[in-house]
Ligand binder design. Structure first.
Ligand code: GLU
Length: 489
């Protein structure tokens, strides 16, 4: 007979409410769930918590599904399309499609007297609250409807009051071990009977989470620390049903460099924004995994597979992590440099719309592969290649104290030298071979190379003139030098 030694399969879940764009902080929570599950050869589940019918939108669900896929954080169970289809044995994975199951459990609690209908109006609740505050007490529901005589119930129903369902909270100390924070204790005396459903068809968060975590056999709940205060409520509900308790890990906040909670005030932190700006998924995954997780070495570069291998929840820190955009930029630059040119060009094309064919763009992208921090920068860095007429003030052509006449002389010399190079030998090496000896004859080579580069780009900063001239080709290079000369005279 098979007995001990059989280990429970780790099952984690990401349970977003589709009520807005997915943020970087949320992605980090997903990542920890994903890495933890994969590290233990477990199962990663996506569950859409869309019980709030007004605020939940398909648009935001799409945003979640699409971004997770883009990041390569593929779920093993969860919704797969916009229809009712899903993968996994415990579906459906949208809470809006699980009402019947919640109803069954709600009825069970009501029948057992562990939950009850509460008819208190908002005005009555507000008055209760004010009264408690005036006595210096922490406000909580006093349990008025726990023992309502049935005559009273009928009267309220006749009055047209619509009751909610409250869970009768047992007074006790709840203690749980959090994998990140250690022992946590709560006195449920502070909680008061919580509303778990607006009616039998409209269960609320703390209730649905408990049912789903049980039904979906979730072993580990890894989520943001804002949910710590929900945990005792959820544990009480689990106990009322006799469900097993998952292991909890509450991940700390991400702070902005000013050490306040990362929020809209610090700019748009949605994953879509970073994606649009041209951050690569591998850079974001690498960056976020190191926000709060300490790999125990100085190492900074981790592929997805390496993260899966190395990740451990014990090394996730209790202290909040700081969001450092320079680090993300640095990592992104690293992953951009690792791409091969055709791949990188393909990724850059959306930022270079209608500017040419892939392979024709490769030499242009190649010029900037080393210095790109995010793909969107390619647009501004390379715009001069595609412009018919460059717009820049003629003074930009002057190197230091060079006069109009000095600059014109340099450009004329350049035009002459460049004309002598045949189309067939128009390489950056050949260009340098011909131009450099002349440039070095000047007081400083900048007197020749600066106006050369500005004539070709119209910019203060760019790649070097030989590389650019090479990509532009002989005809365009000479034409741009003539245009610059024309500005000067
Ligand atoms: N749906 C909840 C939220 O988006 C998450 C619940 C949980 O992880 O327990 O905040």
């Amino acid at each position: 007979m098979m007995s001990s030694g059989k280990q429970t399969v780790v099952r984690t879940r990401f349970a977003p409410s589709p009520t807005g764009p997915m943020h970087m902080g949320t992605v980090r929570t997903v990542l920890f769930n994903y890495l933890f599950a994969k590290n233990r050869a477990g199962v990663f589940i996506l569950r859409i918590e869309d019980t709030d019918k007004e605020r939940s939108l398909k648009e935001w669900e799409d945003d979640i599904l699409e971004n997770l896929q883009w990041l390569g954080l593929q779920w093993d169970e969860g919704p797969i399309t916009q229809t009712q289809n899903y993968i996994g044995s415990y579906g459906p994975y949208r809470q809006s499609e699980r009402t019947e199951m919640y109803q069954k459990y709600l009825k069970q609690l009501l029948e057992q007297g562990r939950a009850y209908w509460c008819f208190c109006t908002q005005e009555e609740l507000d008055a209760q609250r004010q009264h408690q505050l005036s006595l210096g007490q922490a406000p909580k529901y006093t349990g008025t409807c726990r023992t309502l005589p049935s005559g009273k119930k009928d009267q309220y129903l006749n009055e047209g009051r619509s009751p909610v369902i409250r869970f009768a909270v047992e007074q006790k100390i709840i203690a749980f071990h959090d994998l990140i924070r250690g022992e946590i204790k709560f006195d449920t005396n502070l909680i008061g009977d919580i509303v778990i459903a607006k009616d039998l068809n409209t269960p609320l968060y703390n209730f649905t989470v408990v049912i789903d975590d049980f039904e979906m056999k979730i072993t580990h709940v890894i989520r943001g620390e804002e949910h710590i205060s929900n945990t005792p409520k959820q544990i009480l509900l689990q106990e009322a049903f006799g469900f097993s308790r998952p292991t909890y890990a509450h991940v700390s906040l991400i702070l902005a460099p000013d050490r306040t909670k990362l929020s809209k005030r610090h700019g748009d932190n949605s994953i879509t924004r970073f994606r649009k700006e041209g951050y690569l998924p591998e850079a974001i995954v690498n960056f976020l995994s190191l926000l709060g997780w300490n790999p125990g070495t100085e190492r900074e570069i981790f592929s997805s597979d390496e993260l899966i291998k190395e990740f451990s929840i014990e090394r996730v820190q209790k202290n909040p992590a700081i969001f450092n955009i320079q680090r993300l930029d640095w990592l992104n630059g690293f992953y951009i440099r690792k791409k091969d040119l055709p791949q990188l060009t393909k990724l850059c094309i959306p930022y270079l719309t209608a500017r040419g064919e892939g392979s024709a763009l490769e030499p242009i992208v190649a010029l900037y592969q080393e210095r790109l921090k995010k793909l969107s920068e390619i647009a501004e860095l390379t715009d001069f290649f595609f412009q018919k007429n460059l717009a820049y003030p003629k003074e930009l052509l002057y190197w230091k104290d060079a006069s109009d006449a000095d600059t014109k002389r340099m450009l004329d010399t350049l035009a002459q030298l460049l004309s002598s190079i045949g189309e067939g030998e128009w390489t950056k090496e050949k260009l340098a071979e011909i131009i450099m000896p002349q440039a070095e004859k000047q007081k400083n080579k900048g007197y020749m190379l600066w106006p050369f580069r500005v004539a070709l780009t119209g910019k203060k900063a760019s790649a070097g003139p030989f590389e650019i001239a090479h990509v532009l080709g002989k005809e365009k290079t000479l034409q741009r030098i003539q245009e610059a000369v024309a500005r000067l005279s």
